[in-house]
Design a protein around this ligand. Sequence first.
Ligand code: ATP
Ligand code: MG
Length: 435
Amino acid sequence: MEKTALEIVKDLKDKGFETYFAGGSVRDILLGKTPKDYDIVTSAKPGEIEDILEHTIPIGKKFGVILAVKNGHNFEVATFRSDAAYTDGRRPDAVYFTSPKEDALRRDFTINGMFYDPILKKVLDFVGGQKDLKNRVLRFIGDPHERIVEDNLRLLRAIRFKNELELDYAPGAYEAIKNNAKLIQNVSVERIREELTKILIGKNPGQAFREMSEAGILEIILPELEALKGVKQPELYHKEGDVFEHTLESIDSLPENPSKELAWAVLLHDIGKPATFSVDGRIRFNGHAEKGAELAGEIGKRLKFSNETTNNLQWLVKHHMMFGGFDKMKKTRQAHWIHQPLFGELLELLRADALGAKPKDLSLYDQLKKLADEKELLLPKPEVLLTGKEIIEKFGVAQGPKIGEILDAVHHAQMEEKIRTKEDALELARKLIKK
Ligand code: ATP
Ligand code: MG
């Protein structure tokens, strides 16, 4: 990809246009990391970019952004631009084509505001980004308050980059975030959700969520998490503190590159605890997994996750406590669980949950993992007798958790060899729907 990006820069430079890599890729190159993508900026205007490059798509031509497709890779190629006023806290009312310097000044943080000429191997830095990267400082370009008011998503971007890259805030940056926390309510749920996902699957999510909470952002975007603060847990298993602390430790214990569902499930696994708190000799949270799944469903809807993602999230939260008696379950019951499509993720949730507690106790996880690996070989997955689609079509059942329950029951009956054929499965489904 880097080689192809370099070819594009060369094509544009050969026609006399000033052209660079920009933004995140420059930051990553200077950090010695491989960039995920290469954004290219140039003095060529959109029409000229289209003329010079072979395969282009005008994805944001009005804003000066053309997508270049080459060797199976996509690159955003943009004309140097600066933004006109922001009136909605989201996007500029217009853009003007300008100089590299002005293009740098419209960017969010100094570490994201540099250009790089990959042919001359030279950095073009109008904002002091190299120095800040070296000293590990997250600094807004210009006045932090103004830059946040301009585009309110920068509240979360600042917290994300600071923690992902293990930086310190420049003087005034964190204060500006705290003072403007309320503006987060102007940002679309989709943008918030995507930013939170990036925070969760990146480095140091625990500290990032701590800062969101401290700044007053979390209570607005995820009040269910803020509500975990001060909810006491039994000392014996949770020396780390309240449910909020346990949750932060748990997300910090996610494996590298977790799936989106796993990351969110670990974040939300205990949100049912405040509503189910009781004291009966010791602190208990009876039914917190079910309650948590219900709340996770509401959050999934509110943040506009796809139905599939929300269902998966709910399934993971709902079953995160089912492991207690696993080794004593009947073989067929164990196999039933092991065959669940998200069983591997559920195990990883269990692991993060265990690592997020003090004392850390991985014995159950290790035991389950071993059992699961053995059982997988012993009890091959049975053929699929019935699908969710068939249940909807044949019985007119509406999309929803009921379908999963029926499929579950069919699978389990099959494992116990109580049913064998499609007709048996249909018969069982019919009975369950009647009930
Ligand atoms: P990553 O893709 O790894 O999250 P990135 O720096 O590439 O990091 P993008 O969101 O892809 O981030 O944006 C590319 C570049 O565009 C940034 O580096 C920054 O220069 C600029 N940019 C992106 N979002 C904003 C914003 N909200 N305000 C100002 N500049 C922005
Ligand atoms: Mg990027």
